[in-house]
Design a protein around this ligand. Sequence first.
Ligand code: CAA
Length: 259
Amino acid sequence: MNKTVLLDVKDHIGYITINRPEALNALSSQVLKDLNDVLETVEQSDAIRVVILTGAGEKSFVAGADIKEMDTMTPTEAFEYMTYANDTFSRLEHLRQPTIAAINGYALGGGMELALSTDIRLGHEKILLGFPEVTLGIIPGFAGTQRMSRLIGVSKAKELIFTARNIKGAEALELGIINRLVEAENLLEEAENLAKAIMKNAPLAVEKAKHVISVGVELPLQNAIRLETEAEALLFSTEDKVEGMRAFVEKRKAVFTRK
Ligand code: CAA
């Protein structure tokens, strides 16, 4: 059987591809398990500095949770399926490496929720995003009610979820769901350019910035500021901090080693 999630590593970029194009990359239990395994590999890889996540095929990023599988689930099975997906998405959200979703088509329901678990999202004009769950008699169950509300605000998230209205790239950009709108044929290249821009910088600093932002937004402000201060102090113990500042003083380009 073909792997439902692929991992390729090239030039320090980890390319994760949801690879079930015959079902528009819908997130079956098998896909979630394979994604979890791939994330474990990424976590342990020193070679991967940035992750680009996309969907196989021309049409779809991910068309949601697997409706055919959910069709026969008991409430207990549904609870286990949602919990496993949420644990996997949280693992993606908290990967130490920055993550970029290259949204290449449908990002519906669980697909939208998967994209919301990445750090930065790129898309093109023709992508279709939305939450069709209420048309199926359920609600977004892979944390879409929570992550979308936190990203674009409660009222706009409620409108999208209550109406199940699909939106295209321009509206997704306007709402702040995607960071950038790019030409469809340049999507991967633009994601790679973004990855390269991130990789020019001190890796431990980028990782700490991600951690402090991702964890800090959940904390009261004073605790979050304290988290930032402690992370900053820790970075003063790194070789890359010494190199970065010395390179500035010596008017040369810094060479970082993730130490
Ligand atoms: N689950 C299972 N199979 C899916 C799927 C999904 N979410 N989305 C598409 N597929 C399958 C189709 O059943 C079809 O398979 P068959 O060839 O075996 O019939 C194949 O993928 C191709 O799909 P279509 O023929 O429907 O393609 P289309 O281009 O005509 O339509 C689409 C594309 C509008 C995305 C349509 O497939 C669609 O509406 N899909 C469902 C989208 C959806 O409702 N997603 C939310 C799921 S619920 C969820 O995600 C809950 C949660 O938060 C936990």
